[in-house]
Ligand binder design. Structure first.
Ligand code: SPQ
Length: 428
């Protein structure tokens, strides 16, 4: 396995960085651009491995996409212009790609096979397969289509009412994408509010979607018009530097143009409640709200994170666990069993890897208990192929006394290819 020696025991972090484009929004900009009629231009696109998988799937479906760095041009085909792929669609490591693609393919009058890497092969798919089958799609796969490879034969879909059993933006988005191609109205009820980028993007492409509390209504037979999408910086990427600045001495870091959609900004609320020195300057923007975030070295105290806060910070929990390991007292994270079905079982990987570095952290059935203010030591750790675990460990190393080596550092390219370059820029 490839390893990387991490920078440890640093003096301080200072300076400013422009956070790369949001992964969730970048995926959706390609999908809606392909389904719209006419041309769509995307700026500040995230050229991470996951979003490149989405582009390559749509190219296989006959969509012409030009991508150069952070700039993308898509020649939209409309809902009826996609073609049957010649080969298996490879989603790589991306849960968002496979789950949202299933919603799109469910309404298409052809067959396709979807597959991904080892981690995708372990992630549950029946949460998307079951509602799409109810709408009329034919789907098969390993273990009753719980796991990849998945075979999907789309066709005539019927709108329906569906109460989501888990709070998941991916499941919600897959059903919305199918609903846009179905006969009649589709009604979705969320147990807790999840990221709403799909709903917002439908409106940006001239489509209609209604939202009343946690109930969403969408009708079929809509026509989307190509547009220009500017992707804000990814708060899930900014999170690593927010925590890094808070836990290191003499630090002050400014993170520019970060998306501050309230369905994603739970980490800001948690950091404030833990006593972090954090300030936000909102920017005038169309579409998603954005702003600059400044974080300074902080004296932190433990907290409890649970309930409807969880979907607002689900991907930040690994780095919040690290933050809690440096806070006075106990932090309890609960209601987060969804962490077990991410790129890795993030309850176990966070607890195991941070324990190696000397944190006092206990996994539970639905979260973590962290006993804080423990000095971190060196050690041999690994990302386990999970980008967020890799970046969390690189931030932990900053305050470790002793050498830290990270196994499989390239996993980070999934969402933040410039991560180490940006980290080095901030280290003084
Ligand atoms: O795309 P993928 O692999 O599922 O990525 C992750 C991540 O950490 O980057 C989860 F592992 O983000 C998901 C997120 O957890 C992205 C996402 C989306 O764009 O809709 C929604 C969340 O997943 P879910 O299962 O809660 O809907």
């Amino acid at each position: 396995m490839k390893t990387k020696k991490l920078q440890t025991n640093i003096q301080s972090l200072r300076g400013s960085i422009a956070i790369p484009g949001d992964k969730s929004i970048s995926h959706r900009s390609i999908m809606f651009g392909a389904l719209a009629e006419g041309e769509t231009t995307v700026t500040n696109f995230l050229p991470g491995a996951d979003c490149l998988s989405t582009i390559s799937c749509f190219r296989q479906l006959g969509v012409h996409i030009e991508q150069e760095g952070h700039q993308v041009r898509i020649e939209g085909k409309g809902f009826h212009g996609l073609k049957e792929p010649e080969e298996v669609l490879d989603v790589g490591n991306s849960g968002t790609t496979i789950r949202l693609m299933m919603g799109i393919l469910a309404g298409q009058d052809f067959s396709a096979v979807l597959e991904g890497d080892e981690s995708i092969a372990k992630r549950p798919m029946s949460r998307v397969v079951n509602p799409l089958r109810e709408m009329g799609a034919v789907i098969d796969g390993r273990k009753g289509a719980e796991y990849t490879p998945l075979f999907i034969r789309g066709g005539k879909l019927q709108g329906f009412r569906y109460e989501l059993p888990v709070a998941s933006a991916q499941v919600k988005s897959a059903i919305i994408l199918a609903g846009l191609q179905a006969e009649g109205e589709t009604i979705i009820v969320e147990p807790e509010e999840t990221r709403d980028h799909t709903e917002r993007m439908i409106q940006e492409f001239g489509g209609k979607i209604e939202k009343d509390g946690q109930t969403i209504k969408v009708s079929g037979n809509q026509v989307f018009k190509g547009t220009t999408i500017h992707v804000p910086g990814d708060i899930s990427s900014a999170a690593f530097f927010m925590v890094a600045a808070a836990i290191t001495e003499n630090s002050e870091v400014v993170l520019k143009n970060v998306g501050l959609n309230s369905t994603r900004s739970g980490i800001i609320d948690v950091m404030k409640s833990m006593g972090a020195d954090i300030s936000i300057e909102m920017k005038a923007s169309e579409g998603e709200p954005t702003g600059d975030i400044t974080v300074r070295s902080s004296r932190l105290k433990g907290t409890t994170i649970s309930g409807d806060l969880i979907p607002r910070l689900i991907d930040e929990i690994p780095v919040i666990a690290l933050l809690a390991s440096q806070a006075e007292g106990i932090t309890t994270i609960k209601d987060a069993a969804e962490l077990k079905v991410k790129e890795t079982n993030r309850i176990d990987t966070v607890a195991n890897e941070l324990s190696i570095l000397g944190a006092d952290i206990t996994p539970t059935a639905d979260g973590l208990i962290i006993n804080g203010r423990k000095a971190l030591n060196g050690g041999m750790v690994t990302s386990h192929g999970d980008h967020r675990i890799g970046m969390m460990l690189a931030v932990a190393a900053l305050i470790a006394d002793g050498e830290v080596e990270l196994g499989d550092p390239d996993a980070i390219d999934v969402s933040y290819p410039q991560f180490f370059e940006h980290l080095t820029h901030l280290i003084q």
